[in-house]
Design a protein around this ligand. Structure first.
Ligand code: GAF
Length: 383
């Protein structure tokens, strides 16, 4: 966790509210493989990182709540008696959404003051939104003794995203951010929310993130469209979710859907298999196999599921051409954000130095390397 950020948020809270808050750290996440499988009840392979959101939060002594987004220098005043979603509310809707979804469970929350800030770039595919939602629900649960379990909290966060932000996301981001474990990636079965932790120690390899600095926005209809395509295919198959389908099953409805939708559903089935294969490769310490699966994932995301973009494809193509990278793909919802690369130990800087000028030349903007450590999930910061 970023101690500088912690001091900055605590200081800003003190200046505005002149009282002692509790401090919550809620991390962003990476995902090794298993993309767009979570809302199909499938498998994902995320890990929480040491970057995310820090929220300072306390009960309010008035009939008003105040939320301050430190990075944006924006202040929002509201009352817990009126938490309807705002049109173009941006970050405000995450806060309102969490409060609103807690209230929908018949649980009372008091007014509160919060200052939050983060060190994951928005739209980088590392789930800054889930980190923000989790920090608020976790903070409110602690302050007001709401008695919510972590499991309940992640579903509150997810519903805030659905009902207040308009993104019909799965549960991967909220889960990873809440339940992350130090140095471990979690093979999560999104149907049962049973997770198997895997130590991330690749011996000869390391992970490198490269941010395209293309900001994605999942609120665009594209994400929800993908989910609708999947649900339609599952319903034509009379199945609960595509997780239950095999490639053979899918062939039986090929003539009932467009070729594009068929490819998208096929991608999900294959990606779900890849995520499970990846866990076997990790158990066998076969990192080359893992790398091949990761490249395969990108191919599918680019060509079948069509959620990539030129900048991501360019970085992955360079990774394929560079011997010391054995796997690379776009990460998260897509349309921008970061690539995740499995690179020979000690070669990450060289690889980045190679791609940076080529990227600049092609797109006339910078890409940036991003280094993270795998760490524990949402928690109260002990002062
Ligand atoms: C976003 C969503 F929030 C997740 O639920 C997941 O679907 C991901 O895109 C794609 O795997 O991060």
């Amino acid at each position: 966790m970023n101690t500088e950020l912690k001091s900055k948020i605590a200081q800003e809270f003190l200046e505005n509210f002149n009282e002692e808050p509790i401090l919550i750290f809620s991390p962003g996440r990476i995902n090794i493989i298993g993309e767009h499988t979570d809302y199909n009840d499938g498998f994902v392979f995320p890990a929480a990182v040491d970057k995310g959101i820090i929220a300072a939060i306390s009960k309010s002594n008035s009939n008003e709540s105040v939320a301050i987004a430190s990075d944006l220098n924006e202040k929002f005043e509201f009352s817990i008696d009126n938490v309807a979603p705002l049109k173009d509310g941006n970050w405000r809707n995450y806060i309102l959404g969490v409060v609103g979804e807690i209230q929908k469970k018949g649980i009372e929350v008091g007014n509160f003051n919060v200052v939050f800030g983060g060190d994951i770039p928005n739209g980088s595919g590392m789930s800054s939104s889930a980190a923000l939602e989790n920090s608020i629900v976790f903070g409110l649960n602690d302050l007001f003794d709401l008695g919510l379990t972590k499991e309940e909290m992640i579903y509150i966060s997810q519903k805030a995203e659905h009902n207040y932000v308009g993104v019909n996301c799965g549960i991967m981001d909220q889960y990873a951010s809440m339940f992350g474990q130090k140095n471990k990636a979690l093979l999560l079965d999104c149907r049962t929310t049973i997770a198997t932790p895997f130590e991330i120690d690749f011996e000869d390899y390391e992970l490198l993130l490269i941010n395209t600095n293309v900001k994605h926005s999942l609120a665009d209809s594209a994400y929800n469209n993908r989910r609708a395509v999947c649900e339609n295919a599952a319903s034509l198959l009379n199945m609960k979710a595509l997780r239950d389908a095999s490639e053979e099953d899918l062939l039986t409805i090929k003539n009932k859907i467009s070729e594009e939708d068929y490819q998208k559903a096929l991608f999900v089935i294959q990606e779900n298999n890849r995520a499970q294969e990846a866990s076997k490769a990790m158990t066998a310490n076969d990192i080359e196999k893992l790398g091949a699966l990761v490249f395969g994932s990108h191919d599918g995301l680019q060509n079948q599921y069509q959620v990539s973009c030129d900048e991501l494809d360019f970085l992955v193509q360079l990774a394929k051409e560079y011997d010391n990278v054995i796997g690379a793909r776009m990460m998260g919802g897509g349309f921008g954000g970061c690539t995740i690369n499995i690179v020979k130990k000690g070669k990450a800087a060289t690889f980045y130095k190679l791609v940076a000028p080529l990227y600049k030349e092609k797109f006339n903007k910078e890409c940036s390397p991003y280094s993270v450590n795998i760490s524990e999930g949402t928690h109260k910061i002990v002062k």
